[in-house]
Design a protein around this ligand. Structure first.
Ligand SMILES: NC(=O)c1ccc[n+]([C@@H]2O[C@H](COP(=O)([O-])OP(=O)(O)OC[C@H]3O[C@@H](n4cnc5c(N)ncnc54)[C@H](O)[C@@H]3O)[C@@H](O)[C@H]2O)c1
Length: 258
């Protein structure tokens, strides 16, 4: 199958659903041989079946990105199956919408483990294989929530901020090995982790976007409202306004899907 990724081999974590699934299908359509790695066996195999039905090449490996043995195994599986590894998409992720005071140690650890340790382990075992074949690309899924704060999502924000800097650090460490490192900063998709709150955030985003398009005066007025809200000691109102202003800085008209 000819395409922009013809001859490339890609390993995608969290490839059984959402962004990972869509990427796996697109990469295969562009000619890559794709390995879907996920904890969800049935869904992962369905993705592989769909890719093969469209004449693409794909295989599934069950892997929990938090476990070092699994990270090692998914990379070894890819190399054994397709002979090399050109692209690693560290995409598996989980969310938690609680603020600090409501987050348990277990919830914190789970988010940090999957979202940060998973990226670290995937990278750790992919880099040596990429070096063997003269280079490669590593893509990590951070988030708009790795750039801005919001009320709640304490562990999630911390994890995605960590992924952002881990990506930069890996890029610098391996630039000389012809390994490129990049990150995705998705805002919001209607399927996947944030299905539950997509409409709520889309509304906030639409307002923020309108604010951005109108004029600088409107942004200034919002800032003034934030200051006033703070003065009124209404932390919730103040934070919501601040969140919308921060979001507005990153929104482009097409940033929200749907
Ligand atoms: N959907 C959004 O709006 C959005 C926005 C910003 C960032 N993201 C990020 O995009 C990535 C994909 O999210 P999505 O929305 O497609 O969610 P999703 O739930 O559809 O997909 C996540 C996948 O990761 C897998 N997974 C979870 N824990 C795992 C583990 N320990 N080992 C292996 N696989 C594991 C799940 O089984 C699932 O298939 C995540 O990193 C998420 O934080 C999503």
């Amino acid at each position: 199958m000819a395409g922009r990724l013809a001859g490339k081999v890609a390993l995608i974590t969290g490839g059984a659903s959402g962004i990972g699934e869509a990427t796996a299908k697109l990469f295969a359509q562009e000619g890559a041989k794709v390995v879907v790695a996920d904890v969800q066996t049935d869904k992962g195999k369905e993705v592989v079946k769909a890719i093969r039905a469209a004449r693409g090449k794909a295989a599934f490996v069950k892997a929990n990105v938090v476990r070092e043995g699994d990270a090692k195994r998914m990379v070894a599986f890819t190399v054994k199956r397709y002979g090399r590894l050109d692209i690693l998409f560290n995409n598996a992720g989980v969310e938690n919408s609680k603020p600090e005071v409501e987050t348990s140690i277990q919830e914190w650890d789970k988010v940090m483990d999957v979202n940060v340790k998973g990226v670290f382990l995937g990278t750790k075992y992919a880099v040596p294989e990429m070096k063997k074949s003269g280079g490669g690309s590593i893509i990590n899924t951070s988030s708009i929530f790795g750039l801005i704060g919001s009320p709640g999502f304490a562990a999630y924000h911390a994890s995605k901020g960590a992924v952002r800097l881990l990506t930069k650090s890996t890029a610098l460490a391996h630039a000389g090995d012809q390994i490129r490192e990049g990150q995705g900063l998705p805002l919001l998709t209607r399927q996947g982790l944030f299905e539950r709150i997509a409409d709520q955030i889309a509304l906030a985003g639409r307002d923020a976007r309108a604010g951005r398009c109108e004029s600088i005066r409107r942004v200034a007025a919002e800032t003034e409202k934030t200051r006033q809200a703070r003065d009124l000691h209404d932390p919730v109102k103040s934070l919501r306004l601040e969140f919308r202003q921060q979001l507005a800085q990153y929104l482009e008209p097409a940033a929200i899907e749907g």
